[in-house]
Design a protein around this ligand. Structure first.
Ligand SMILES: [Zn+2]
Length: 335
C-alpha cells in the first residue's frame, strides 16, 4: 500500500511518537500508546527491522532528516527502503527552507520541485521550515502548499518553541483546515491542536531535540538546571521536575491520575534515578486520545474548550504553580 494516509481505526487523523533511531528501546512502548511510531534518522529502517523481529506490528513512518544534512540514498531508493521496512506512508528525504524575508521565489520553487518528485514516486514531501514562514508569511506558505501536487509533512524549526511567536498558532490552525493530508512531525503537543483542526497526522517528540528542529545557527536555548522535563496533562505544558516540586499547594494539577503514576505527584521526577519518559508518553497519548476519540466535527471545539479551561487554571487564587500559561497555550486559548 502506498496511500497517503497512516492507517488507523479512528476516523480522520492519527498520532505517533517521534523517536530517534538510537532510542529503539522506546519504539515498542511508544507503539502501545499511539497509532504509529515515527523513527528519526537514516538508521530508522534498520532500527525498525530489529524491533519487528521482536514482534512489533505497529505502523511506522521514517523521517530520514535529509533537511538536517543527514546522508541518505537517492529519493526513490530511500522510499523503497521505507516500504520494505513496513512504512505505509513514505516520506521524501527532506529539505530545509531557511527564512529570507526578501525572497519568496525560492520557497515556491523548492516546494514545487519537491512536490513533483513526491508525485512522481508516490511519496509525501518532508519540509523543515524556519517557523518564521509560519508566523510571518502564512499566506505564502498556504498558497505554496495548496498548489503542491503531493501532500506535505512539516517539521518546524525554531530555537525553542516554534508556536510561541504571535500568529504561529493561528497559521497552524489555518493550514490544518485547508491543506489535505497535512502532517506535522517532530513536534510538541501543539500538533495535537493541528489534529483537532483537521491535520491528518501529528508526531510528537519526547525530548527538547525531538519536539522541534533547531539549526546550528539558531542556538538552542539552554535552561539552567538539569531536572527531567515532565508533561503536565492538567496544565497542558512541559515543565522541569524541579519547578513542579517547588509548586507547593498547586493542588491536584501536579498529581497524575493516569495508569503511569496512579495519583503520584509529578515532583518526584526531581529524583534523577526516576525516568519520566513513560509518564510523558502516557500523558501526551491521553491528550491526543482526548482529541482523536472525539467526533471529527467536535474536535476543534473540544480542543479549544480544553485549552481555555486549562489556561484559566493558571491564574486561580490559591494556585501556587506557574503564574501564567506559556505563549503557545495562550495562543490556542485566545484563538
Ligand atoms: Zn503519569
Amino acid at each position: 500500500m502506498t496511500g497517503h494516509g497512516v492507517p488507523t481505526s479512528r476516523p480522520q487523523g492519527s498520532f505517533s511518537f517521534y523517536i530517534s533511531a538510537y532510542r529503539s528501546d522506546l519504539i515498542l512502548p511508544a507503539s502501545e500508546l499511539a497509532d504509529a511510531v515515527t523513527i528519526a534518522g537514516p538508521k530508522g529502517p534498520a532500527a525498525m527491522r530489529r524491533v519487528r523481529g521482536a514482534g512489533l506490528e505497529s505502523d511506522v513512518l521514517f523521517d530520514g532528516m535529509g533537511y538536517a544534512g543527514k546522508e541518505l540514498p537517492p529519493a526513490a531508493e530511500w522510499v523503497r527502503t521505507q516500504l520494505e521496512s513496513g512504512a505505509t506512508r513514505t516520506l521524501l528525504p527532506g529539505v530545509f527552507l531557511p527564512w529570507d524575508k526578501d525572497d519568496e521565489t525560492s520557497v515556491s520553487d523548492v516546494v514545487a520541485a519537491q512536490a513533483a518528485l513526491g508525485e512522481d514516486i508516490g511519496s509525501t514531501m518532508l519540509l523543515a521550515l524556519d517557523s518564521r514562514w509560519l508566523a510571518k508569511r502564512s499566506d505564502l506558505l498556504m498558497d505554496v502548499l495548496r498548489r503542491a501536487s503531493a501532500p506535505a509533512a512539516l517539521v518546524l524549526a525554531h530555537r525553542a518553541d516554534p508556536l510561541a511567536a504571535g500568529g504561529a498558532v493561528q497559521a497552524v490552525r489555518q493550514l490544518a483546515r485547508s491543506i489535505p493530508g497535512l502532517m506535522l512531525l517532530r513536534s510538541d503537543h501543539g500538533s495535537i491542536g493541528a489534529l483537532a483542526f483537521g491535520a491528518q497526522h501529528a508526531s510528537v517528540g519526547l525530548t527538547t531535540s525531538t519536539r522541534h528542529f533547531t539549526t546550528a545557527e539558531m542556538k538552542a536555548r539552554r535552561l539552567p538546571g538539569g531536572s527531567s522535563r515532565v508533561f503536565v496533562r492538567g496544565l497542558l505544558d512541559w515543565f522541569r521536575a524541579g519547578e513542579i516540586a517547588g509548586w507547593t499547594a498547586a493542588g491536584s494539577e501536579t498529581r497524575c491520575h493516569l495508569s503511569c503514576c496512579r495519583g503520584a505527584d509529578l515532583g518526584r521526577f526531581l529524583d534523577p534515578d526516576l525516568d519520566a519518559t513513560w509518564h510523558n508518553m502516557c500523558a501526551i497519548a491521553d491528550f491526543a486520545d482526548f482529541v482523536l476519540n472525539a467526533d471529527p466535527e467536535d474536535r476543534a471545539a473540544e480542543f479549544l474548550a480544553e485549552c481555555r479551561r486549562t489556561a484559566s487554571l493558571y491564574g486561580l487564587a490559591g494556585f501556587n504553580g506557574p503564574e501564567s500559561p506559556k505563549s503557545q497555550l495562550t495562543g490556542w486559548a485566545l484563538s
